[in-house]
Design a protein around this ligand. Structure first.
Ligand code: FES
Ligand SMILES: [Fe+2]
Length: 342
């Protein structure tokens, strides 16, 4: 299999905990199938699933005592360097595409073997990583990009982010567009929450919720900084959260999202219950992203024939993000997108 354009960038593909020592897992990225396993030094190794001999699915194979991958059909063997050899014709040896792999932040990442792109680090100073998880979206990548490019749906779809319906007039949203990154800045009166929730999150009644994000394309990912202030914005509350989501396209209608939750707590008392807060925050984030996945299934990628979408200023980033994803991530030059610039 030839190198794929998008796999020049490292992609998260599986939580480390899901790849046990002798396990073989098939992963799919942009319709390309790979077989993932741990080699003799316990490092994740990923190779194209089609055996170089006659294409049988290597993911159905086995690992031998040296943790080399054995094809289930004629038992060709793949070693840790990606050399394939035949037991029946020992001189028949060939090199296959052995992806580059990383195991970082509790997740396995892969890219083309010869990638020169740097690893997409997302950790912020003074924040600590408190959790990670993955979530499947049964929707095209464009629909997923759309969902993560606007805040308008927050009051309807979400329970913990955004404003209440009656306070939508307080919501401010602006966008800035750079060559390889887009940014969204949003704020609005925070939705009503129970007393205990406000105390745990260090929030006062009448506070404003801010969600500022940046969307990047090498690979597709976005980081959202969530924080609260008083109404005038001059007092920033104790707890801040950065939710980073990586979007790994699987097929034309499936995307795996890998989510990393970072937290920073200023308040001394709240810091003492950091582990409770971490747990609670990861649960809340899981719930909210699950809600996104639920609704994304019902959103189309384009308008029905002979119709157009009536976009508003909240949709402003969608148009840019789709175009940048096409150009930077997929390597497709100028093509018409369905969204008109607003
Ligand atoms: S197809 Fe894999 S060994 Fe023949
Ligand atoms: Fe959402």
């Amino acid at each position: 299999m030839k190198n794929s354009y998008s796999l020049r960038y490292p992609h998260p593909v599986l939580l480390s905990s899901k790849l046990k020592r002798k396990k073989i897992v098939e992963i799919v990225i942009n319709d390309n199938k790979f077989t993932l396993f741990r080699n003799k030094v316990n490092k994740p190794q990923a190779v194209p699933s089609a055996c170089p001999h006659r294409g049988a699915n290597l993911a159905k194979g086995k690992l031998d005592k040296n943790f080399e991958l054995i094809c289930p059909y004629h038992a060709w063997k793949i070693n840790h360097k990606g050399m394939a050899s035949s037991p029946s014709a020992p001189k028949r040896v060939c090199k296959i595409h052995n992806l580059k792999t990383w195991e970082k932040y509790g997740v396995i990442w892969v890219a083309n073997e010869d990638t020169t792109e740097k690893f997409p680090d997302f950790m912020e100073d003074n924040f600590s990583l408190v959790g990670k998880f993955s979530q499947k979206f049964e929707a095209p990548i464009n629909v997923v990009i759309d969902n993560f490019s606007e805040i308008e749906h927050a009051f309807k779809v979400h329970r913990f982010i955004g404003s209440d319906k009656k306070d939508l007039h307080t919501v401010n949203f602006s966008v800035s567009i750079e060559e390889e990154e887009t940014k969204g800045i949003s704020s609005g009166k925070y939705r009503k929450q129970p007393f205990i929730f406000r105390k745990l999150f260090g929030i006062e009644k009448g506070d404003y919720y801010h969600n500022d994000w940046s969307f990047k394309f090498k690979p597709l990912n976005a980081s959202y900084r969530n924080y609260w202030t008083n109404k005038t914005g001059n007092k920033v509350r104790s707890n801040q959260y950065i939710i980073t989501t990586f979007f790994t396209p699987i097929t034309s209608n499936k995307v795996d999202i890998f989510v990393f939750v970072q937290m920073s707590i200023k308040n001394k008392f709240l810091r003492k219950i950091k582990s409770i807060l971490s747990f609670f925050t990861v649960m809340v984030t899981k719930y909210e992203i699950w809600e996104d996945a639920k609704i994304a299934r019902f959103a189309p990628e384009k308008p029905e024939e002979n119709t157009s979408w009536k976009l508003t200023s909240f949709d402003k980033q969608i148009f840019h993000n789709r175009k940048k994803a096409e150009r930077i991530y997929f390597g497709i030059q100028e093509k018409n997108t369905v969204a008109e610039e607003v």
